[in-house]
Design a protein around this ligand. Structure first.
Ligand SMILES: Cc1cc2nc3c(=O)[nH]c(=O)nc-3n(C[C@H](O)[C@H](O)[C@H](O)COP(=O)(O)OP(=O)(O)OC[C@H]3O[C@@H](n4cnc5c(N)ncnc54)[C@H](O)[C@@H]3O)c2cc1C
Length: 463
């Protein structure tokens, strides 16, 4: 008899009776829907899926898993599911329904339950003229994103989202719900701020918000044939901009689908995207050198910071896709030429999206009292991805994503980005070495049996 049979046959009913949420054993009605995350290319088949409604449900589920020898994979949206190890024999513990968000305008903080996605926070925060350090997609989870660092449109001004976390609530691998902050369980507090979700199951996060109402932001669309010229100009421009400007260059190939707006449908572009924390006049001055290149479309305007999640045109609906990213120590002329050779207009690439994000600014300066990623010493971030609606596309996308990374290998930084490393890799590959060593010690203290499965695994330090 395997674990699944044991659970389905007996004790899962006891868990169901103890929680407000739902629990499904493999093969039961509702199991397939409950296990499916945002990335439809991932086909995880855990022994049990628990869909929690509350922190109390999470604690019950953790205790149940411990009692039955199941390892636990916490998950919100499933945006980051691709690098996870196989979940056979494990419990997938989903926080999807825990989406309550509270804003404290006077304290300039937000509290978000672990299933909240960024638009749950940015909209309500925006009503008070406040901005959260949200990423490029409105429906990426606050929890997974922040646990892995969190690169936002305000990153060069305010640093990684993880370093703006002021407190967290989590269920330890021992099944206890604890609140962690600078004064309580400081090791856990340090670990969850950039070290990933390997030390417990997060149930809520509290974070600082910033007094940013409207921002000068938009996109410049150029025909893909101008990729080399625009990338060189963008690179030179980024060397001149203040920390108030966070930007990326984006090789974008849009599918010929009706939901894509007509001027973009079925076309390929080199796009420069930027968010500038300045007024319209200063924004026009700052972006002048790029606009004078003569883009085909120019969407720059003052917009509410809460709508920045639309700037990058990330896919919102669940989508089968493969991607991978890397931190770069530099993005010189030769790197641009290597990138254009891989994904330029005549490359024949099947990749839909290849981004190079400009880092530096506050990201490069150690955050006071920061967590496992106190700063980022890379100058740029590369991320390449493609949709994989058909199985044969999946291997082509994987191969081409790795070819792009290989082409830029001479400029790779010493470690990769926790959040954008979308293929299996240990946490040692995506964290500064000193942080990984400290995380191993914390893992040994709180999860010596490796019960928690995280995106990038941490092996407990040996005594
Ligand atoms: C379209 C898209 C756009 C993106 N844009 C950005 C961006 O702008 N900036 C950026 O930094 N990243 C970005 N990312 C990367 C993203 O931050 C990571 O994929 C992140 O892991 C997603 O978090 P999630 O909670 O949505 O995903 P999930 O797959 O639900 O979670 C990912 C991992 O986080 C951990 N985790 C999640 N919830 C919990 C919990 N409650 N307790 C403990 N551990 C938990 C687990 O290890 C889990 O496997 C983007 C990804 C996509 C697909």
């Amino acid at each position: 008899m395997n674990t699944t049979d044991t659970i389905a046959g007996r004790d899962l009913d006891a868990l169901r009776a103890a929680i407000a949420g739902q629990a499904f054993a493999a093969g039961e009605a509702g199991y397939d829907q409950a296990r499916q995350g945002w990335n439809l290319a991932v086909d995880a088949r855990p022994a049990v899926v628990v869909v929690a409604e509350s922190a109390a449900d999470v604690a019950q589920a953790v205790r149940y898993a411990r009692a039955h020898g199941l390892r636990i994979a916490p998950q919100g949206t499933g945006h980051g599911a691709e690098p996870l190890e196989p979940l056979d024999g494990a419990m997938l513990l989903r926080t999807t329904r825990m989406r309550k968000v509270g804003i404290d305008p006077a304290a300039r903080t937000a509290r978000a339950e672990a299933g909240a996605v960024w638009q749950d926070v940015t909209g309500p925060a925006g009503e008070h003229g406040l901005a959260a350090l949200a990423g490029s997609s409105p429906n990426v989870g606050v929890a997974g994103y922040t646990l892995g660092g969190g690169l936002s449109w305000l990153a060069r001004r305010y640093g990684l989202a993880a370093n703006s976390v002021t407190a967290a609530e989590l269920v330890t691998p021992g099944g206890n719900l604890v609140r962690v902050d600078a004064g309580h369980e400081p090791d856990l507090f340090w670990a969850i701020r950039g070290g990933g979700g390997s030390v417990g199951v997060l149930t809520a996060l509290e974070m600082r918000l910033y007094p940013v109402g409207d921002v000068y932001a938009g996109n410049l669309f150029f025909p893909i044939q101008r990729a080399a010229e625009v990338l060189h100009a963008w690179r030179e421009w980024t060397a001149t901009v203040p920390d108030e400007v966070t930007s990326m260059s984006h090789v974008l190939r849009l599918p010929p689908l009706p939901e894509v707006p007509e001027p973009l449908r079925g076309r390929a572009f080199i796009v420069v995207e930027a968010a500038c924390l300045v007024d319209a006049g200063a924004g026009a001055d700052l972006t002048g050198p790029l606009r004078r290149l003569g883009p085909e479309m120019d969407t720059f305007a003052m917009i509410p910071a809460a709508t920045l999640g639309q700037l990058n045109m990330d896919p919102v609906e669940p989508l089968p896709n493969r991607g991978d990213g890397a931190f770069l120590a530099g993005f010189p002329v030769a790197a641009i030429d290597a990138l254009v050779a891989e994904v330029g207009w005549d490359s024949g690439t099947v990749l839909n999206s290849v981004e190079v994000r400009h880092l530096g600014g506050a990201l490069a300066r150690p955050a006071a009292g920061g967590g496992a990623q106190p700063s980022v010493d890379a100058s740029h971030l590369l991320f390449a991805a493609g949709a994989t609606p058909a199985p044969d596309l999946s291997s082509a996308v994987r191969t081409q994503v790795q070819a792009v990374k290989h082409a830029l290998a001479p400029w790779r930084a010493s470690y990769d980005s926790y959040n954008f490393k979308q293929t299996a890799a240990p946490a040692s590959a995506v964290l500064p070495p000193a942080s990984y060593r400290r995380l191993q010690e914390i893992k040994a203290a709180y999860d010596p049996d490796q019960v928690i499965i995280s995106t990038h695994p941490v092996w407990p330090a040996r005594p």
